[in-house]
Design a binder for this molecule. Sequence first.
Ligand SMILES: [Zn+2]
Ligand SMILES: [Zn+2]
Length: 729
Amino acid sequence: MAACVSGGAAAGADDAAETKDAAPWRLPEIRLSRPVAHPVIACTADELARLKAAWAADGPAHDILAARFARADEAIKAGLTFPDEGGQHNQWYQCDKCQMALKTVDAHHHKCPKCGKVYSGFPYDNVLYARTHSRNLHRMETAAWAWAVTGDRKYAEFAAKVMLGYADRYLEYPMLHASVSDKSVDVAAQKHGKLKSAGHLWEQTLNESMGMIPLVTAYDLVHDSGVLSDDEKRRVETRFIRAMAECIDVHKAGKSNWQTWHNAALLWAGAVLGDEAMVRAALDRPKNGFAFQMQASVSAEGMWYENSWGYHYYTLSAMTHIAEGARRLGIDLYSHPLLRKMYTLAFDYVMADGSLPRFGDAVQDSPDRGVNEEAYAACGDERILAVLPRERTWDSILLGRDMSKQAELPEAASCVIPGAGHAILRTNGPGKLSAAMTFGPYGGFHGHFDKLSFVLFGHGQELAVDPGRAKSQAYRLPIHREWYKASVGHNVVLVDGKGQKEADGKLLAFAANDSYAAVAADAGPAFDGVRHRRLLLLAPTYLVVVDELKSADNKERTFDWVYHNLGAKVTGELPEAEAGLGNADPGFKYLRDVKAYGVGEQKQTVLTVAGEKVSTRLLMPARKGDQVFTGTGVFRSVDDRVPVVVLRRTGSRVLFGALIEPVAAGDSPTVQDFSALDGVPASLEEWYFVKHGEHVDHLSIRPDFTSFRLTRRERVGRTELLSADRPSP
Ligand SMILES: [Zn+2]
Ligand SMILES: [Zn+2]
């Protein structure tokens, strides 16, 4: 469990830190029994017996099996199509000009929904071939299960037809690579060099690895069916399973989710081929195997290093194939404490709408995942049980879950996850607000330049947005680099119109109780010559964000405080201004409907992002010379717009303070005023705000952001609401 702090406890960064387990985990002994007794890895004898028992009885379990086997019947009826070539990456399936996903007209025509341009041939057709290959292998697997459970030979024959069809074609398909859309490039010639991740059925060894699981499952299940001759078995084993394993193993990816999938493929292939060395490579190879990956790529709390929930679960599904496969071979990998943590960490992150913060290249994730049935069977954690389907599923039948057991998800607490570098703030007001801030290590290829960025959820809605990645996986397009991965797509501060570079942030302080939660962190070396520190304070009805940016050389700079909030548009009463936003940041070109304002003589800037169910008020103490810009930015695609506010200030040391209050439709705001004490000495920054009635809450922050105090001043006396203290270093 992560280092959660709740119920009035307070902790500084060091108190909250968690060290890796003291006793090093040891890989259990690897020994395969010979000869291979099939099925060796598709399932155990007990698992197959459970499926057969479900099939033999009447009831919902039988119906689930019947529904799956009906798909095998449909596949047999539909017949087989083997594409002429391998598949290509979905990233090609976009209009270059409009940066939008294409719509399929037919197998050879793919149309941009915006400009109408029709794309044809390679690599666009191949994106559809990729799906056909995948469908073929999954149909083969389904048919193999139907054979194994019902004993009806027609299913085994269909599965054999698919695997033999591919055994004849696999090595004949020219190799493709995700980065190469020029057919004249000899990809195979460079398979041992820069294009080593190329594949035959798909353009990446990653996808070949994913295809290995249904392939091995199907072969394992029909091996003893009598439909394959010895010669045919040899062809499937050498020209398909081993050939694919060899293609995959050319590419050793090390600390990478690719290697996790490669390991899964090698383990499954090695098991079904009876190749102990291949199984050993999957688990124990230095700098690549399962044992190495767990040690090098998972934080102490169980977060995959890429710091994106999408990739955490994507990797975890490969880990689960490895652990399940190993379990069937008598090797217990679930004994690894970090693997167990990988299944449960997300429960600490669940936001007010049930989703997980969209850090890094993620789209929309929740802890309700396909790996949970296996994880619950192995770990028995009640939180996993709470999100498992209450109705029978294929996996629950196979793994024999006791369906009478049920659990409810406990209320999650505010917490800090220092290794992954996240703080989760939650309060129990009417809107059940939740916020998350990221300050952790850079996630690599799938990480974003988002140090100190935050998201906010409330009243069951997503409000402050991190867009994650484009839904269409636009990795190769400028918008990915200039918007989704860039700082400007996040709730951060830009320095002289530029975003951050790769950086590890640093936790400075954290404290939480039932009503308040706060975190302070430093962006580390995200900017050359500028230090950025931020404090987030979550109260029952609002979030306060305080930033300090300081030039190391006292040089005057321009700072853009950027905020993205879901809703229709931004409104406010501000005098319009002439000055434009400029184009210093390449991401600014994705903004639309930009309007510029000044602040005149007002003490406070108030803007509202109107939403259907929830509107968000933004209150910022005004400073002379403030420039305010409103407009819309990009969410899931370039046409999916989110209101944006940019507050621009210049100076050698600049402070930003903002209070964000979500207000449900029909409710009134609780905050009347949010203002900063003017002329404060540099040693003390004090912010205060006035709430309903007589209450004035004061937030004071030590200049180095390592301690803070929130107190309520009433007519008589004062109450401390939240504080964190760390002695100065
Ligand atoms: Zn277009
Ligand atoms: Zn992001």
